[in-house]
Design a protein around this ligand. Sequence first.
Ligand SMILES: *[C@@H]1O[C@H](CO)[C@@H](O)[C@H](O)[C@H]1NC(C)=O
Ligand SMILES: *[C@@H]1O[C@H](CO)[C@@H](O)[C@H](O)[C@H]1NC(C)=O
Ligand SMILES: *[C@@H]1O[C@H](CO)[C@@H](O)[C@H](O)[C@H]1NC(C)=O
Length: 133
Amino acid sequence: MFKFFSTVLFVSFMAVGSVATPIAAQSQIVFSPEITYPKANTIWTPGSRHNVTWDTSKIPYEKQGANGLVLLGYNGTESENLDIRHPLAAAFPLGDGGVTVVVPRNIKPRDDYFVVLFGDSGNMSAKFKIRKL
Ligand SMILES: *[C@@H]1O[C@H](CO)[C@@H](O)[C@H](O)[C@H]1NC(C)=O
Ligand SMILES: *[C@@H]1O[C@H](CO)[C@@H](O)[C@H](O)[C@H]1NC(C)=O
Ligand SMILES: *[C@@H]1O[C@H](CO)[C@@H](O)[C@H](O)[C@H]1NC(C)=O
């Protein structure tokens, strides 16, 4: 899993460019906050607005202002399909513990979506559902 996230993080740097740079820049301390929402029983609908939240208690003091990145993915047949071209949120301080996201209107309903929050590394939410209205 770590290797996977390293790869994605690298790709996301290329894709998101300036947004992602500050995430990588810093020291060796690796932290990937636990995502507290969405949860396994969460159901989102296209176009709806939500506050993705995470545990800030383990984020080192000097990293509270570091930029985070939230991507939406699902577990397809061959790989985790992370939508790195359309981040749900980017360039927000990790110390905030939450960031508002809007579910894309044209998204395909599935029962196995997850979000990944990138700090120095990535951590994945529980799988949750996106259903039609
Ligand atoms: C990632 O999240 C899980 C729970 O979803 C948590 O147990 C784990 O400690 C987190 N990883 C790090 C490095 O904080
Ligand atoms: C994704 O699905 C594959 C099988 O299709 C499975 O082997 C893998 O463990 C799944 N990964 C996650 C994170 O659920
Ligand atoms: C989102 O969640 C964070 C952490 O719980 C909180 O500080 C923030 O006020 C919330 N934002 C909104 C718009 O509810």
